[in-house]
Design a protein around this ligand. Structure first.
Ligand SMILES: [Zn+2]
Length: 470
């Protein structure tokens, strides 16, 4: 287990899961790249989510909307007017701080407070004699808090055009807006009628003042969102169902119930009727519970706003009751990078073995493990063994993400696979070649990551054996 975010970050880099972006140029703050194992783990998490949310629910479909959207989308959603963080600059060292985080160090919770209230709190703090200073240089010469928009701006069209309000485009700040804008398309082009849901996985961008805590908060990130559209009378029932289903999903994939909890939002947006976060207790973040998913009952706010700004009719006429209404939304919003961090934090274990040595094991659920099978020839310098092992590799690689490794001794190769969470290691030895015992010809040893037990399995049965275990 990693008792700090820096430790998990350096482990993730060394093991090929996550690299800092643009490292050869001295890194690009708040942005990360995923290596081979990180990419595979991310794909497996996406697949597990799609299976649970889409595949098992006949009333939910998947879409993939574009990152660029009509700029009015963000006017309608409220992002242009009020999607911002309070910013305070240090006039001496030029450091940029988030006012609410700064106030946290004075024991004040200023989360989501308006700028005027934040400045009021700071004035009162100073009046009481508290030294309100820059945490980096200690200077008290700070600007008042001001709005800092989280929207990432760009422009399309002629690159020589100034960045004016006419040609500005935003990189989407959340994927759900693409779902709202396609509500009518899905309704018109599929057999679905409310209640139904639309799910989407994709990138979103936020100009965080301070991106920190590794992939927990980044400027470019991925969301897995599901918006469920239903009659207002159905909201409470559907909300309760989704709330249950979502927390159970984490448990199904190996996170123990004690490390998960719901956090109820007391202050709700004016249109919302319920808002809970699912929080995970991050060992690498000082054992603090932190948000990994949001569950929101959003009323008819989203469709009503887009209807108002676009002029499109986003109501639904129920043919049975003849009632026309704007469907209400129950939302599940998962931060993919955050849950990836949570699953790594949860899975990394250091075990003490009987002989007193330790081993690091990434105890991921087998379905999430980046590599399912590693294939080794017992010795590197025996061409017969290597050729046979390559043959076995091509058989298993047909069905599972696999790795071939002939570096170092067997013990080292096992440890390497344990560290990245590979459930099975297959070794091709002299018995496989049938050299001493004809009965063992075309059998291999298969070693389990968690029990470290080895079994002898015929190459023919290998696929079935692994399939049944995963
Ligand atoms: Zn400073």
């Amino acid at each position: 287990m990693f008792n700090s975010i820096d430790k998990i970050a350096s482990w993730a880099k060394a093991e090929g899961f996550i690299y800092p972006s643009s490292e050869i140029y001295g890194k690009f703050a708040g942005v990360y790249d995923y290596g081979f194992y990180g990419t595979l783990l991310k794909n497996n998490l996406q697949n597990a989510w799609v299976k649970s949310v889409v595949q098992k629910n006949s009333d939910i479909v998947l879409i993939d909307s574009a990152i660029f959207m009509h700029p009015t989308t963000w006017k309608a959603s409220g992002h242009i007017d009020c999607f911002d963080d309070p910013q305070i600059d240090c006039k001496k060292c030029k450091a940029r701080h988030r006012a609410d985080i700064l106030l946290e160090t004075y024991g004040i919770n200023a989360d989501k407070l308006p700028i005027s209230e934040i400045n009021q709190i700071i004035t009162e703090l100073k009046a009481k004699g508290t030294v309100f200073k820059c945490p980096l240089c200690g200077s008290t010469d700070l600007t008042p808090a001001k709005r800092f928009s989280l929207m990432v701006k760009s422009n399309l069209g002629s690159p020589t055009d100034a960045l004016t309000e006419e040609n500005v485009v935003y990189l989407r700040a959340e994927t759900c807006q693409g779902i709202y804008l396609n509500f009518k398309n899905v309704l018109d082009s599929t057999r679905l009628k409310p209640p139904f849901g639309i799910a989407q996985i994709g990138k979103a961008f936020r100009n965080e003042i301070i991106a920190r805590q590794f992939v927990f908060r980044t400027r470019e990130f991925e969301q897995m969102e599901m918006q469920y559209f239903c009659h207002p009378d159905l909201v409470a029932k559907k909300y309760a169902e989704w709330k249950n289903a979502r927390i159970e999903w984490y448990q199904e994939y190996g996170i123990s119930p004690e490390k998960l909890r719901f956090y109820k939002h007391i202050k709700l947006a004016h249109y919302a009727s319920e808002a809970y976060d699912i929080e995970y207790q991050f060992y690498c973040l000082g054992n603090e519970f932190k948000e990994i998913e949001g569950l929101h009952a959003r009323g008819d706010w989203d469709l009503s706003q887009h209807s108002k700004f676009s002029g499109a009719n986003l109501t639904y006429l129920d043919p049975k009751t003849n009632e026309r209404y704007t469907p209400n939304v129950v939302e599940s919003s998962v931060g993919l990078n955050r849950i990836l961090l949570a699953f790594l934090d949860n899975a990394h274990t250091t075990e003490t073995l009987e002989n007193g040595q330790t081993r690091d094991v990434l105890k991921l659920d087998y379905r999430l493990s980046p590599i399912k099978v590693a294939v080794f020839p017992l010795l590197k310098n025996k061409p017969d063994l290597v050729a046979k092992a390559q043959e076995v590799y091509s058989i298993v690689a047909e069905n599972f993400m696999s790795e071939f490794d002939d570096n170092g001794n067997i013990g080292k190769r096992y440890r390497r696979q344990d560290e990245i969470g590979t459930p099975f290691c297959v070794t091709v030895d002299f018995d496989t070649l049938g050299e001493s015992n004809a009965e063992l010809k075309d059998t291999v040893t298969i070693r389990n990551r968690d029990t470290m037990q080895q079994e002898r399995v015929s190459i023919e049965k290998l696929k079935e054996y692994i399939q049944n275990s995963i």
